[in-house]
Structure formats: structure tokens, C-alpha cells
Design a protein. Structure first.
Ligand code: ATP
Ligand code: MG
Length: 447
């Protein structure tokens, strides 16, 4: 059966323009793979036999981002949309397991496809030629297999990032990794030492969002452990506790796959128990405990996320959620307000989601009670938000200026007074009303 791909009109225009000037041109890579699979491509990359200068003059469109040209990439703008058009090329020798020292332009599409990482990505298409598939990529898509183009260990030695791309595509597409490819991933894992933190983080985050994340994380902790060695002691660490039926790593992986598919939450699930190996003790009955592990997990998460160059907002949110993930105060309004004072309104539902995934990734012991407790917290949270209850100083009905007007001295003590008032409001001992707050402030001053 011949493959037909419905190309967007602009893409067809660009390809036709290049072809009518006597050049070859195709869509290539991820967009071909995704179209065959019925997925919506992120972007449409085009490759051509035209040299960059020929592409520019033939299309006569404004070109932007000039720095791709030495690698053969011309970025053109067509009706507010950017398209990358890259000359067929082979990669020169790889000097640092990272990027080719030079590229050579070639006239044969098959030579260009041979430099690509995986068979499912080594596909090109245009309406006249149909699918160009020299490495069996279509078969591999149909059989749901990830396989290197060429000899896997050679390809990984050329570019170590391909190790992470391999497991990332297996996770995202839900494919199996072919045996020789899988073996080479394990054997060559140390090549990840050559890859920048940013690129590792970006691949890891995509991997975490994949439908096969559970299998990939269970099968490749050694690979991820090259750049996050803190996870290795979790693998096989039995918890010896009725709440748990999995070792710490398996529990973690289950939590990742059960939590809502959102970047921050997937990361929190990954890191939430990293502190357990350092906190493991057994009591006189042989039961395992992990006292203090949320704090230790939060510290490790902070270190690792900084090392991976994640943004500060993600780091702060993850650290907050992980620190709080195991707290179980009675489901009462004042305790919800206290938690809210630490998370804020936006993060609070995420804390509940982390707790839910954590509970579901444990043994079934007391699961119903755990889930009911989380539902109780959620119900109270909604009530408190609807009631406009104060959970931070800004929400108090008085501020620093009010206190100064009452004769309080400006300075640090003012902030401490407001915090003390907030504590009483959260506790439910003081109404959030102007006169009551001022009275309480005076009382505090006299103590
Ligand atoms: P997605 O955009 O969904 O991440 P993609 O397959 O389009 O998937 P890109 O990173 O956009 O991935 O790369 C486009 C194409 O370039 C790939 O399909 C592949 O053919 C090739 N490619 C990308 N990175 C590499 C690499 N490190 N080694 C070899 N080929 C690569
Ligand atoms: Mg792409």
C-alpha cells in the first residue's frame, strides 16, 4: 500500500517551488513519522538537494536565522510561519561524541537519511516520489519498534544525545526498543557524560510525558543514573512496610505514570522519594521507616534541578510540593489554611495530585482511607477559597501602614506582628476583621 501524506499548503508550495527549479525536495524526519502514525506533526522540516544559496534565490522569501547556513539550514518565513529547509548532507567526523566537526552537502536523499538517528525518523516524502524509506522505517512504525539506523554503538559514539532520544521516542510513541539497540543503549550509557545538562533535561522531560514512561524508567535506570546518580540507591531498595509493595524505584516509577501528565507534576513524582535511601531505618519489628525523607528529597531535587538548569519557578514549586507531600494533618479547615499558606492557591491542587499518585503507587493497604482523606482536603480547600479565607499576610484586612498609623514603629517587628496575626487567623482564633486585628496587634505589643 502506497503512503499518502496530506501536506499543508505552504509546505507543498515550498516543495513545488524547489522542484520546478530542478531541485529535489521532501518533507523529512519527525513530520513524516507523525503523519504516518496519525499524529499531528510539531513542525514540517524540508530537505532539498539545493545548496543554501540556491534555496534562498529560488524561493525569494525573507530568510531569518542565518547561523544555520553553515550546516545547510535556511529558515524562511512564509505568511507568518517559519520553515527550516536543509540541504541534503552527511555529517563529517564526530570529534566529541556530540556534534559533527563538519558537514558535507550531498545530492542523494538516501545519504542524508543515513545520518539520521532512528529508522522511524529516517523517512522522507513528497507527492511525486511518495515515501523514501531506505532503512525499513515504515515497517518499524507498523511493528512499533525503535531501532538505530546502522550499527547502534557506532551511532551512539557519534552523538551521545541519541541514547536519550532513543528512550524518549520509545516512551512517547509507546514503542519497544529493538534488542541490539537496547543492548547498545545500556553498554554506551556513559557517553551521556558528554551531553549538556540542558539537552539532557529537555529529553528527560519529554520522556516523562510519554505513554510508555513506566516501562522505560523501569528498564533504563542505569541510563538516567548517568546524569542523576542519586536515583541509583533507590533501585531494589525494599521498603519493608505494609504501606508499600514495591521497592522505592518501582514505587517512584508507578507514581510518575499515575500522576496527571503535566511537566511539574511528573517531575515532582520522579523526585518525591529521592531522599528515602538516606533516611531508611528499621525498627525492632523489622518494619522499614523513612523519617525525614520529604526534606531530604526536596534538597536532592533542588540540587539536581539546578544541575539540570531548570528554571527557578519550577525548582521552587517542586521543592515546596515535595517537602509537603507526606504531611497528613487532620482534615480540618485550619490545617488546610496552614498548608495553603505554604503552597498558595495555585499549587495546592497539585499537592493533592502528588499525594493521590503517591497513594495509588503504594500497596492497597488503607488505600480507600488515603483517597478519602485527600478528597476531604480538596473539599475543605474549595470551601476556604470560596469563603475568601486569609492564608497569607497580604490577605489580612490590615497592613503595615495601618499599624504605623496606630503608633507602631516601622521596621522588622511590624512584619513579625503581621505574621503573628496571620497565625491566629489561620488557627481560627481571630477573625480577619480590621478592629479585631488592630486590637490583637495592640495586645501583642503589650506582651
Ligand atoms: P520531535 O520534533 O517530535 O521531537 P523529531 O523527530 O522531529 O521529533 P527533531 O529533534 O525535530 O526530532 O529532529 C528532526 C529530525 O532530525 C529527526 O526526525 C531525525 O531524523 C534527525 N535528528 C535529530 N536529532 C538527531 C540526532 N541527534 N542524530 C541523528 N539524527 C537526528
Ligand atoms: Mg521536529
Amino acid at each position: 500500500m502506497s503512503i499518502h501524506i496530506e501536506l499543508p499548503e505552504r509546505v507543498r508550495y515550498l516543495i513545488n517551488k524547489l522542484r520546478s527549479a530542478g531541485h529535489e525536495a521532501y518533507v523529512v524526519g519527525g513530520c513524516v513519522r507523525d503523519s504516518i502514525m496519525g499524529r499531528k506533526p510539531e513542525d514540517w522540516d524540508i530537505c532539498t538537494s539545493a545548496l543554501p544559496g540556491q534555496t534562498e534565490s529560488c524561493l525569494g522569501l525573507p530568510t531569518i536565522i542565518k547561523n544555520g547556513v553553515k550546516h545547510g539550514t535556511v529558515t524562511v518565513r512564509l505568511m507568518d510561519e517559519n520553515f527550516e529547509i536543509t540541504t541534503f548532507r552527511t555529517d563529517g567526523c564526530y570529534t566529541d561524541n556530540r556534534r559533527p566537526g563538519s558537514v558535507t552537502f550531498v545530492s542523494d536523499i538516501n545519504a542524508d537519511l543515513a545520518r539520521r538517528d532512528l529508522t522511524v525518523n529516517a523517512l522522507a516524502y513528497n507527492d511525486e516520489t511518495g515515501l523514501v524509506d531506505p532503512f525499513g522505517g515504515l515497517d518499524d512504525i507498523n511493528r512499533r519498534i525503535i531501532r538505530c539506523v546502522g550499527k547502534p554503538s557506532d551511532r551512539y559514539n557519534e552523538d551521545g544525545l541519541r541514547l536519550m532520544r532513543t528512550v524518549r521516542f520509545a516512551s512517547v510513541l509507546g514503542f519497544d526498543i529493538e534488542q541490539a539497540t537496547s543492548k547498545a543503549v545500556h553498554e554506551n550509557r556513559e557517553l551521556l557524560h558528554n551531553i549538556s545538562a540542558e539537552r539532557l533535561a529537555s529529553e528527560l522531560i519529554k520522556l516523562l510525558s510519554g505513554r510508555n514512561v513506566e516501562r522505560v524508567l523501569l528498564e533504563y535506570p542505569d541510563l538516567i543514573g548517568v546524569f542523576i546518580p542519586e536515583l541509583l540507591p533507590m533501585v531494589g531498595l525494599e521498603q519493608r512496610n505494609p504501606h508499600h509493595c514495591y521497592d522505592v524505584w518501582t514505587h517512584t516509577v508507578k507514581a510518575v505514570s499515575l500522576i496527571e501528565n503535566e511537566r511539574l507534576l511528573r517531575l515532582c513524582a520522579l523526585f518525591h522519594d529521592f531522599g528515602k535511601p538516606d533516611c531508611f531505618t528499621t525498627d525492632e519489628n523489622g518494619t522499614g521507616h523513612f523519617h525525614g525523607h520529604p526534606k531530604r528529597s526536596a534538597e536532592l531535587c533542588d540540587n539536581i534541578m539546578r544541575r539540570l538548569r531548570l528554571d527557578n519557578r519550577t525548582i521552587d514549586s517542586a521543592v515546596t510540593l515535595i517537602k509537603l507531600h507526606d504531611l497528613r494533618p487532620p482534615a480540618k479547615p485550619k490545617n488546610v489554611r496552614l498548608l495553603l499558606s505554604k503552597t498558595g492557591e495555585e499549587l495546592f491542587p497539585k499537592l493533592l495530585e502528588l499525594k493521590r499518585a503517591d497513594a495509588l503507587a503504594q500497596s492497597s493497604y488503607m488505600r480507600t482511607e488515603k483517597l478519602r482523606y485527600i478528597d476531604d482536603l480538596r473539599r475543605i480547600f474549595r470551601q476556604e477559597i470560596a469563603a475568601g479565607s486569609a492564608y497569607n499576610v497580604k490577605m489580612l484586612k490590615i497592613n503595615g501602614s495601618d499599624l504605623i498609623a496606630e503608633g507602631f514603629a516601622p521596621g522588622r517587628a511590624l512584619g513579625e506582628t503581621l505574621n503573628a496575626l496571620l497565625s491566629e487567623v489561620i488557627e481560627g482564633e481571630l477573625p480577619n476583621e480590621r478592629q479585631a486585628l488592630l486590637g490583637a496587634a495592640r495586645r501583642l505589643r503589650e506582651q
